[in-house]
Design a protein around this ligand. Sequence first.
Ligand SMILES: [Fe+2]
Ligand SMILES: [Fe+2]
Length: 478
Amino acid sequence: MRSKVVEALANDGYLLDQEAEEFILAQPSPLQFARQVIPQIQYQPLVVTLRDLRTVVRVDAPRLETVVRPEPASVRRIGEVQVMKDITAQSDCLASVEGFARYFQDRFANLKALLLRRRDMMGAISIQRAMDPNKLQADEVKVIGMVNEVRDTRSGEKIIELEDDTGRMTVMVPKDNKVAKDSVLQDEVIGVVGKMSRRDRKLILKDLIRPDVPFSSGMEVTDSTAQVALMSDVHIGSNTFLEGRWKNMVAWIQDEAKDRDIRYIVIPGDCVDGVGVFPDQEEELVIEDIIDQYRALAEHLKDIPDDIRIVMQPGNHDMVRPAEPQPALSEEVARLFDSNILQIGNPAYLKIEGRTILSYHGKSFDDLVNGIKGLSYSAPLKAMEEMLKRRHLAPSYGGKTPFAPERRDYMVIDEVPDIFVTGHVHGAGVSFYNGIRLINASTWQDQTSFQKMHNFVPDPAKLTLVHLGTGKMAVADF
Ligand SMILES: [Fe+2]
Ligand SMILES: [Fe+2]
C-alpha cells in the first residue's frame, strides 16, 4: 500500500518527507486524506513535511524515541540554552577577491537551495540554458540568480541584471507588472519566471519569487512554563543610560521572576556604549574606558537573580570586530561576568527549551530603510519581515553594514526560527510573520543628541516576555 499511495501522490505532484509519509500512512484512508489535506497548505512546498501538515490538520506530537546523539565539540551551552550556530571560534575569513567570491558563492548556493524547495520554482534552469538560442522558444522559463544591478527606466520599467554560476542575463519587468514598483535589492537571490524575448534574449518577467518562510501556525503549545525576557541596547557608559528605569526593571524581575517563571534573558547587542563609535562620543560618556563599561554592566547584571541565564550578544557599539558576523566578546571581557552569563556571536541561532531563537543585533536596518520603499526606522518589524522574505539578515553588500567574507554565509536564515529578535533601532515592538514571533527589543538609553538632531524618538525601558510553552508575548513598561 505504501508505494501505491506515495506513487499516486507523486503523480499529483506531491512529494512527502519521511515523517509526513508516516503520518499520512497512519490514517484510515491515506490517499483520500492526503488529497483532501495537502491542497489546503497555504504555501505549496515542493516536499511536504510534518510542519506543513500541521498548518492545516492537528498532528499530535509524536512519541519521540530517545536518540542520544553526541554533541559536536563546538556546541556551547549554559543550562537549557544552547548556541546552535554563530561565528565564535569558527572564523575562516579570506579578505581577498577570492575570499569574497567564495563568500558570495556560498550565499548563492544556500539561497538557491531554499528557492528550489518551493513548488513554484520547480524546473528552474541555469542562466546559460535559459539564454541558449535553441531554448528560446520555450513558453516559460524559471531562473534563480543573484541580483547584480537594478535600475528603473524613465518609462517605468525595471531592469534587473541577474547572475548565477553559469552566466548573466537581463530581466525586464514591464511597467504594468507590480514588481516594477517593488524594491529589488542588489545582491539578493531571487527566482524569476517569464518568457525569453527572441529579439534580445532578455527575460520578460511575469513573477518574482523570493525564498520566504513557509506559513505555519507557529509555536505549538508545549509543557514548558518558562519565559524568556528580551532587552537590548543597554549602552552602559553613555550619559543617557537610563539607570533609574533599569533599576525599576531589575527590581520587578527580582519580585516577579519566581511567579512568572522568568528563566532566561537575551540581550541582542549594544551592551555598552563603547568608545570611538561616532565622532566626539567622549563628550557623551560617563565611563570613558570600555573595559570599565563592561565592569559596570557586570555589576548591574549581578542584581538579576543568579538562576536566570543571561545571553549577551555584541552589537556595533561592542568591543568586537564591527564586520558581521561578529564573534562573541573576548575571554578578557567574558571573565568580568558571572557564570550565569553566556557570550554569543551576532547573529546567532539559540535553542532554549526546544524553541529556536534567531538573535541579530540589526545593523543592516540602516541599509534596508534606505533600500526598500516604505520602510523606516520607526517600523523595524516590517524590516524584519523583509529579511525573512529574502532569508537573509543583510541582503545588500556595500552599504553601512560591514561584513567579513567568511567561508560560510552566517547571515543566511537557513533555519526557520520560532522567535526572531533584534535591537539596534531603539524602538520596541512585537508582531507575527507567517507564525514567527518578531520582537524588536527596547533600549535602556534615552534620546541621544544624534537622535535629537535626526528627530528620532526612541521607545526605551520596555521588557518583552515570551512564554516558551504557549508562545504568548507581553511587554512590560518601566
Ligand atoms: Fe544601540
Ligand atoms: Fe546598534
